[in-house]
Design a protein around this ligand. Structure first.
Ligand code: XMP
Length: 319
């Protein structure tokens, strides 16, 4: 019978076989998947691996620091931290189409990796934490005709000119299995248990144009929401929870003044693999507390709504 310990051994052998004495560059997104892939590959080939964390400025509050400290302090795995915020923000300026935003981000990631690969004198392989559902959902919708729902930024291969092969050791796994593998590899529970976070980051939680200012507003609202979820002891019961900043302004009243600010949407779902999802049924008092805090503490938001859509027909992310 099949265990994670065996999977770990088999994959390590496969990675060594595939890579030989080549050099591998691994992109860290801040999420569990790419971290688990990196740790597994490091175990297989050690110094032949260079990890690159591309900070696109679309991370949640404190996330970049957490990833960097996990790799540098906990694992001592060499990590290149690239601050690419300016490049991503300027490229996203004026873009409102969800697929174009995703495609731009995916392409820019590759550009940055390519530069970094050049820096280390060339890499033969690019490692990614692609999971089974990422592969399926980018290709077709289960049970339906073959249509692309969303272009997951880490699926779809590499540009020809890159001359790098992909190393994707998690390609057959579902999220819960990746978490199990992460535990098997000794990743801290707080890291392994983190909610999924999409590669394109906050860009797909800001329908309409993405700006640094809107990212900052969303980061604050999202941090309050997650803090309340943790305080209520609900974090582990939820597959994913996050705030969305809508491109809609509404009228409000605060003190004796009129406000005209953005709407914040809150999403929380339960799921086992992200392919289908149910709405998390918070108590009304919990939602009121979060709404009040966000409106009082985050300048730029004056209304909060809760998303009651399951998947299908909705998707988990808004774009
Ligand atoms: P959707 O929105 O398609 O999301 O219902 C299903 C799960 O996938 C995550 N997601 C992504 N993960 N790159 C990723 O690594 C992506 O481009 C991407 N898009 C969505 C989403 O957060 C959810 O967990």
């Amino acid at each position: 019978d099949w265990t994670m310990a065996e999977f770990r051994k088999t994959k390590i052998a496969e990675i060594r076989e595939q890579v030989g004495d080549g050099k591998v560059i691994c992109g860290l997104s801040g999420g569990v998947d790419s971290a688990v892939a990196a740790v597994l590959i490091h175990e297989a080939i050690g110094e032949q691996l260079t990890c690159v964390f591309v900070d696109h400025g679309l991370m949640r509050m404190g996330e970049a620091e957490q990833v960097v400290s996990l790799f540098k302090e906990h694992y001592n795995i060499p990590l290149v931290h690239v601050d690419a915020e300016e490049m991503f923000m300027s490229g996203l300026a004026g873009e409102t189409d969800p697929e174009k935003k995703r495609k731009f981000i995916g392409k820019t990631f590759i550009d940055v990796f390519e530069d970094e690969a050049g820096e280390i004198g060339g890499a033969d392989f690019l490692a990614q934490g692609t999971l089974y559902p990422d592969v399926i959902e980018s290709v077709s919708f289960t049970g339906g005709p073959s249509v692309t729902i969303k272009s997951h930024h880490n699926v779809g291969g590499l540009p020809e000119r890159m001359n790098m092969q992909l190393v994707e050791p998690l390609r057959e796994l579902f999220k819960d299995e990746v978490r199990e593998l992460g535990r098997e590899l000794g990743l801290p529970e707080v890291f392994v248990g983190r909610h999924p976070f999409p590669g394109p980051g906050l860009a797909i939680r800001i329908p309409g144009e993405v700006t640094k200012e809107r990212c900052d507003i969303l980061r604050k609202a999202d941090a309050i929401y997650l803090e309340e979820i943790r305080n209520a002891g609900l974090y582990d019961a939820i597959w994913q929870a996050f705030a969305v900043l809508l491109p809609v302004k509404t009228v409000g009243v605060m003190g004796d003044g009129r406000t005209y600010d953005s709407v914040c949407g809150l999403r929380a779902v339960t799921s086992t693999d992200g392919m289908t999802a149910d709405v998390y049924p918070f108590d009304a008092s919990f939602l009121s507390r979060v709404a009040t805090r966000i409106i009082n503490e985050v300048k730029g938001i004056n209304r909060v709504v809760y998303d009651y859509t399951s998947k299908p027909p909705g998707t988990i992310e808004w774009e």
